[in-house]
Design a protein. Sequence first.
Length: 394
Amino acid sequence: MQSIDRISVLEKVLALAGKSGEEHEVAKHIINTCIGWGVSPSQIHVDDSPSRIQSACTTGNLFISFPGARPGPEILISSHMDTVPLCIGAKPVLDGGRIVPAGATALGGDNRTGVAAMLCLIHLIQFKKIPHPPLVFLFTIREESGLQGSRYLDQARIKGCLFGINIDGGSCIEGTKAAVGANRFTVEIHGKASHAGVHPEKGISAIMVAALAMENIFRGGWFGKVHQGGKTGSSNIGILSDSEGLAIGQATNVVTDFVRIKGECRSMDPDFMNEITEAHQLAFEGSSKKILDHQGNTARVHFQKQCEYRPFILPQNCPVISLFEKSVLALGKTPLLKDGRGGLDANWFFEHGVPSLTIGAGQNQIHSLGEWVDLVQFQGACDLLEVMVSKATT
Ligand SMILES: [Zn+2]
């Protein structure tokens, strides 16, 4: 068997550029590598998801299928190809048991560790001929920009999958069996401009309407970590801008007539996620009535909300959970199951009918300049995938 240097596979994918929407180089590298290892072009497919995604995309989701040693349902194995913009220009360097970025960038271990672990598994399939069930490898686009690749993927490609193993995390012995859902909202407050020194009474300050609403949200316990009536969730207000995304207001002597606010609400409970969002809507609508101009006019508030992804919880008897647990035990380690507080491609796989467990492959301090990859965890994930796939054959 031709053996493989897993670390060099990882270093090569870490060095590739590929922020959300620009994953073509990563896809090209995966395709060329697999073809070089003898994978037939007929096993490879790029889907038409960009036609359903509103933002620009340089490639679709990449699927590579392997017929198995047994007939029957397929297993999905997935990772996302994109990284956050902070990773652009990353130069990975080995530093003991870690890979770190050489300069002031993040690293892209989120989620090139998953991509590399999948490539190493494909190498095992091609050269070690390990037994495996029918497998669908899926490399998604635009995970970091709202899980759009997994949301808009060609569902026909995964409809035969019994379950999925999604690789996107730190520890290889931790399986994420549930994750929160998220609503996004945009509020537009239309006030009225006036000279702030000469005729302030004729103006309606959109900034003050926003401030009163945010005070109400904060005092009501709907901001940050939210605990209400035994339910939990979170909320954040992330962006305040004018209609062009620039600074709010034109001058200190003008009553500000417009503010746009963007935020999000998350929870494991879809009803509570909506309740948090409604609390925000009520606060903005209510605060608009508190500020009147000299004729009794008030601001207009336009509140738009959208479910970005729904929460999911794998049923306890989902076969991927027992497969994960016995595979980790077979490697002499203790499996852990946890709930995730961020959205995952697995949220959408669940919606598409493929319950998926997410495991880690060594990413650490993601989306930050301090990002690094833990090579013990990466190697552990490669070992675990081999065992999981072998055990799923029978
Ligand atoms: Zn990720």
